[in-house]
Ligand binder design. Structure first.
Ligand code: CUO
Length: 687
């Protein structure tokens, strides 16, 4: 990684302020030639006696500014929404400008000149998008979105608290201000839904969602392998985890939002700010209805609730008929068989068209999932009568804070599940693997078996990288759920004569439903949360497999802060791989919280034949973090099975000659195992 690549990171600082304002605590400065918007404060900041590294940005006749296409149509200081088609076009236009740059230095200069001329979120989005995809920038890394946009993650009152403390303090004082952000979050516990605020407002969950949509954007000509299926699977798994968390707290599983004419019980008041002027996101009162979208400030066609209903009906028709009709009137058979002919035909990422991006005919099947986000994001001011901003449902970095996100995505997921249940049930042949027997499994934490611990922990972020606090450093200490790390142990016997490579698939689900009863296979099926998926080579005879929870295939290493990146060793393999790895789920949210007295969960393991699961790749990257939800950059998804296998489809009616009623019936197979564990929530802070 050369210096220009590293310097790109500074373009992510202070997105709402002048590009000339010093960054990195005053140590770095973009010296933009002929910058007419340079504020006088720059001179004062540069005169503070700190050695400053200057990055010259020559005036190139401002050629980049003349070719930004629709990128300038999204107003500065306003929300940017990837769910809005015109905003996606703006992003595409800006990405095209950045993609055309020759190298890191060229991008740095072009992007520095464009800064301040386009919407801030759009700018950061496009810059991130290009850094992730430009081959020569592979080794560049993105700073955590939490530090880039603290206003999307940290309540305004907390940021104001820091500002007030600075206003009251000695101007020569330079020690950082530290603000605590505890467990109260955006609402009180008076409303049952707020008991889950710690989960919905978790920084890692929201940063993951932002990053995932960056890697798998709607439109943008990104053709990642099995993109539609990944969209369904990642969001389905979020709902499964959300449901687990709800049940831990004694709340019922999330109700899908299917009647779009009825009031929505729970409102949401994010208390976040859209920009650095303190402008608030739109809010939703309790019992607000979805309304026809009739705003003219986004260049979008008016969209009625009726349109959504028509699209839903057409999509369900397609699912139940087994095919869609493309824009030429041709049938496109729906199948989730990765190896089928259809899969290799025109629509390699076959899906049921809920996401218009991968729909075969968006004029007919519409833009259901995206426009659902839009109608919900504007339900408080659908015709712009109040000149209110969009609500958090419109932004991928904030949408997961709102309880309605899960109700909407439960609807989206149910539609996908409708499709999955049309597929042939998994067969005994697909589930079985002869010659391999799991003899014992367990989890071990601190020498204790089968009892896992969760509790609170904290993480420091530097809010003053994204927002200017008069040049002072402001840290925010965020409280979040966490767990003590643990290891999976599997005792596996290979009765064959040679080495056998197998895929280990690990899932976690609650043992009992909200009524305290054992669940049927079908009730529990979509509650199984993937915990890990990895490959091992079994030698003949007995094998003891140990796997750390920290290596999970669904998680990423923790968010990298600006400070981490400034100190990272650019040559280290972890550094080189971070960009794409940033897409995984947060490690600290790997476990549901459980209960103080312990809560009964089941771990399920299945071993499948790696020779069959394996995907032949032309290229592979070293990075495997978060691979279950994120795939591999520029490579195929590394598993031929449908995502979520073996819980993706109905079970066979019988297995080994007996009926299948519960998940434990799968464990009759030698290559599967089900095991009870307990998860204990310790109210204390974890070490
Ligand atoms: Cu991620 Cu609706 O797709 O939020």
């Amino acid at each position: 990684m050369d210096k220009s690549q590293k310097n790109l990171m500074y373009l992510f600082e202070l997105p709402y302020d002048s590009i000339s304002l010093p960054r990195s605590g005053g140590k770095v400065h973009f010296d933009v030639e002929n910058d007419v918007s340079r504020p006088p404060v720059v001179a004062t900041r540069l005169g503070g006696g700190i050695p400053v590294e200057t990055m010259p940005v020559p005036d190139r006749g401002d050629v980049p500014l003349q070719n930004l296409g629709t990128a300038t149509t999204v107003p500065l200081g306003s929300p940017f929404s990837f769910f809005i088609k015109t905003h996606r076009q703006a992003a595409k236009d800006l990405c095209d400008v950045f993609m055309k740059t020759k190298n890191a230095e060229d991008l740095l200069q072009v992007a520095a000149r464009v800064h301040g001329h386009v919407n801030e979120t759009l700018y950061i989005y496009a810059l991130s998008f290009v850094i992730l995809r430009k081959k020569e920038l592979r080794n560049s890394r993105l700073p955590s979105i939490i530090e880039v946009f603290p206003g999307k993650f940290i309540l305004q009152e907390k940021l104001m608290e820091a500002q007030l403390e600075i206003n009251r303090s000695d101007p020569n004082e330079s020690t950082p201000i530290v603000v605590e952000h505890g467990l109260e979050f955006a609402g009180t516990q008076l409303k049952p839904e707020h008991r889950l605020s710690y989960w919905r407002e978790d920084y890692g969950i929201n940063a993951h969602h932002w990053h995932w949509h960056l890697v798998y954007p709607i439109d943008m000509d990104v053709n990642q392998d099995r993109k539609g299926e990944l969209f369904y699977y990642m969001h389905q798994q979020m709902i499964a985890r959300y449901d687990m968390e709800r049940l831990c707290l004694g709340l019922p599983r999330v109700q899908k939002l299917e009647n779009w004419r009825a009031p929505i019980d729970d409102g949401y008041f994010s208390k976040l700010t859209v920009n650095n002027s303190g402008r608030a996101w739109g809010t939703r009162q309790d019992d607000t209805k979805m309304h026809d979208f009739q705003r003219n400030d986004f260049g979008l066609d008016f969209t009625e609730v009726t349109d959504l209903e028509i699209w839903r009906s057409r999509i369900l028709d397609a699912i139940h008929q087994g095919f869609m009709i493309d824009s030429q009137g041709e049938r496109v058979i729906l199948s989730d068989d990765v190896t089928s002919r259809q899969a290799r035909h025109r629509y390699p990422r076959r899906c049921v068209g809920v996401d218009s991006n991968i729909s075969v005919n968006s004029r007919y099947y519409g833009d259901l999932h995206n426009m659902g986000h839009v109608l919900l994001a504007f339900s408080h001011d659908p015709d712009f009568a109040h000149k209110e901003e969009m609500a958090v449902m419109g932004d991928t970095a904030t949408a997961m804070r709102d309880p309605v996100f899960y109700r909407w995505h439960k609807f989206v997921d149910d539609t996908f599940q409708e499709y999955k249940l049309m597929q042939k049930p998994n067969t005994e042949e697909q589930l079985n693997l002869s010659g391999v027997k799991i003899e014992r499994v367990g989890v071990v934490r601190n020498n204790e078996a089968d009892v896992l611990h969760t509790g609170w922990n904290t993480r420091l972020f530097e809010a003053s990288r994204g927002l200017d606090f008069n040049g002072r450093s402001v840290m925010v200490r965020l409280t979040h759920l966490d767990h003590e790390p643990f290891n999976y142990h599997l005792q596996v016997n290979n009765s064959g004569k040679g080495i056998k490579d197998v895929t280990v698939r690990a899932f976690l689900a609650l043992k009992l439903n909200a009524r305290g009863q054992e669940m049927s296979f079908m009730e529990q099926r979509i509650l199984w949360a993937e915990m890990d998926k990895f490959t091992v080579s079994l030698k003949p005879g007995s094998n003891h497999i140990v796997r750390s929870s920290k290596d999970s295939s669904i998680t990423n290493t923790e968010e990298l802060t600006f400070r981490d990146l400034e100190n990272v060793d650019p040559e280290s393999p972890a550094a080189a791989a971070f960009n794409f790895c940033g897409c995984g789920g947060p490690q600290h949210m790997l476990l549901p919280r459980g209960r103080p007295e312990g809560m009964a969960f089941q771990l399920f393991f299945m071993l499948t034949d790696y020779a069959q699961d394996k995907v032949t790749q032309r290229t592979t990257q070293g990075c495997a973090n978060g691979v279950s939800f994120c795939g591999i950059q520029d490579a195929k998804y590394p598993d031929t099975r449908p995502m979520g296998f073996p819980f993706d489809r109905r079970p066979p009616r019988q297995l080994l000659g007996r009926d299948v009623n519960i998940a434990a019936d799968y464990a009759r197979l030698d290559n599967a195992y089900i095991h009870d564990i307990s998860i204990k929530f310790l109210a204390d802070k974890l070490n």
